[in-house]
Structure formats: C-alpha cells, structure tokens
Design a protein around this ligand. Sequence first.
Ligand code: PMP
Length: 425
Amino acid sequence: SNTAARRDQYYAASLTRFTPFREPIVFKKGQGQYLWDTEGRKYTDLLGMNVCISVGHSHPRVVAAATAQAQELTHCTTMFYHPTPAHLAEELAATMPKGHDWVVHLTNSGSEAVDLAMTMARTYTGNLDLLALRTAYHGPTAAAQSITGISDWRHPGMPGNVAFVPEPNQYRGIFGPGTQPYLDEIDRTIATATSGKVAGIFVESVQGYGGIIEMPPGYMSGAAERVRAAGGLYIADEVQSGFGRTGENFWGFEAYGVVPDIVVMAKGLGNGFPIGAVVAKKHIAEPMAERFMFHTYGANPTSAAAARAVLAVMRDEGLQENARVVGAALLERLHGLKDKYQVIGDVRGKGLMLALEFVKDRDSKTPDKDVTTEVFEACRAQGIILSKSGPFQQCLRMVPPLCLSLDDVDQVANSLDQALETAVN
Ligand code: PMP
C-alpha cells in the first residue's frame, strides 16, 4: 500500500528494523480491545498497542476529557500553575503505599521518567553506580539504554556506572528456580563490580520485554535490603506492570512486600496519550532542587486530562478486578494449550500480563524463535495481534487492554489453538 511504501522509504532504519509482521497491517480504527485495518479487517489487540491501552482504545471518556482540555488550553508549560496536572499529581500520589509523603514529576514517556529516576537516585545518594537486571528493558534514551540489559536494545557508547545482575527467571535463570542465589549474586556484584557504594537498583515488578518474568517471592525485599545497605535506593519500573495490569494490585510491587523509594510509570497512565511520571518519596526528590530540571511538555494539561480520565474509568469500570478474573481464565486456557503442544515450554504471568515461551524441546529448553514467529504470523491471520519478546524473541506476550472479556478469552484461545495447529504441523 502507499502507507507501507512511504513508511519504508522515509522511516529511518532504526524504526524499520522492528517491523512486526511479514506483510504490513495499516491500522485505521480502535475501540475497546479491538482494532480495524484499512481493509476493514478486525483484530483483537492482545498487545494493547504496546501496553499503552489500559482502559480500551479511544475510550469515549478519555477522548472527551482530552478534547475538552485541548479546546480550552492545549498546552501550559510545566513551570506555570494549571489545575489538571496538579490534580493528577495528587491522584497519583494517592495510589502509593500509605505512611509516606509522595511527590510527582510528570514527563512525556517512560524512558524520560527512567532517566529522571536515575538522576534522582544519583543526586540523593551521592553515589554513581546503578544495578539493573540482565533481561531488563528500561527504554530508548541514552540513560535508559545504559540500564537496559538486553543487548539487542542497547547501542554502543551509552553512559556507564551500571552493573547487571542475573534475572531471577524461574524457568531458565542461570541459578535455576529459587531466590537466594540471585540475592547472593547482588551482594557479589556490589562487592566486585561497583565502588561498594550504589545509587540504586531498577527492577520491573514483572519484566515485559524480558518475556513476562515475575520476580520470585522474597526477591524484591531482599534486593532492596542489600542495595539500601550499600547506600542505594529501590526503584520500581512499573511502566508495563502498573495500573492494575497484574490484577491483584494496582502496582506490581505491592504483591511483594516492598515499598520502593521511587516508582516510574508511563504507558497505561495515558491510554495512548504521551505521559509518564516519577513518583518519589518527598525527601528523596528534595536534593533535585539544587539544579533546574523540567520537561517542556511534562505536565501538559491535555495528556494530564486524559490520564485523570483513565484513573476514573479504571475505578468506575472495575478494570483491575476484570484483569484478575479474565487473566486467570486466559492463563488456564494457555495451560490447556501447553498440555497439547510440545513446543510450548512455559506458560506464565498474572492478570493481563501473560506469555507463552516456545522451545525446541522441553528438556533442553532451547529457545525456538522460528516457531514463535510462525505462531505469531498464524495468529495474525486469525485476527489476533500479539508481541514477540524475550531475549531470544522466543515468547509471545499478551498485554491486552484491561477490558478484555471472558468471551474474548474463548475466541482468543480457540484462535491460538488453530494458529498452533497451523504453525507446528
Ligand atoms: N520501562 C519499561 C518496563 C518499558 O517497557 C518501556 C517501554 N517499552 C520503557 C520503560 C520506556 O518507555 P517509553 O517507550 O515510553 O520511553
């Protein structure tokens, strides 16, 4: 099509490398959990347009709130007073664990928020060294790339002072299942690969691009304890795992008995409008006042109005609870598929943050990128949009809008079954 040809000609190679499907889809319309292309074909969006669509595509209340704000005053730059972002800051602070004073710095994106959290941790602690997990993804800014463990996403020349620790992947982690060896490795890394004084550790409560990797019990609190003993902070990257996606809690970290010092968020907060935030304990954000720092569009009232509507819709439509119930039903159907197809090595996740992992055989657990691609393409033919993830592109990630229904689960599971049948035979 013209769109595909134009994109291929004028987009930079950095963008065209990541073209998901063999044949392009040109999207036109979205509603709830569904998308339509320019030919009128309908798809179920299990990718949530990259985990951004929390309450549903083009949700009428979100669109109305943003439209009304844009008509009145589209932009009011961060240093001035405006009620909408101020209200949003209050509402975001109220989602955090009680017993602490929380403050908010609004940004445009997740990576800007990550970048800011890195600066905040280094400024507060006076230490430079940061820890991050080997299969972490934290974003495309230079700073966020520097703590992104997956090397496919990290370009040459990124800033330093970062040490990576092995992810406590219970399926294929280097120490096997369990928590303690991974915690011991944090101690060893602090002792051998840092100055001994650290600024913090970044942890996605459930890793997204890493292939939906849940942190095992005790890992977060153990990691926080070790890093704090070395002078550092615990920083939760909730860009994917936040906003009720995991079903049982609003924030992913809440399931693990740890109160982070800094929380980074984006994606689902704006339901597609560009917005991110750092929410930090007040005393930790305080030393940032030594220098200037703001993002021109960071407290943009239009995105902030959208985000306020997202929070209201989440509550009014009970979408966190929906994620819990519908996610559990989908997980059960995925386990059924694992019983039927040997190529599925693992099924995991919680709420509406799930994945299938594909292997050449279950004993060796050799990642099977090719079969992943075949299933991915066969799903597309069935009208299901998924995303490949994992360090070997061996996982299919499911992170749909939180309004996915039980009827959708039935249809999605049947389509996956058909797609697997086609792909493996
Ligand atoms: N952190 C995580 C966990 C992410 O998944 C992403 C985006 N995929 C980011 C940070 C960066 O967010 P953005 O693309 O909005 O800059």
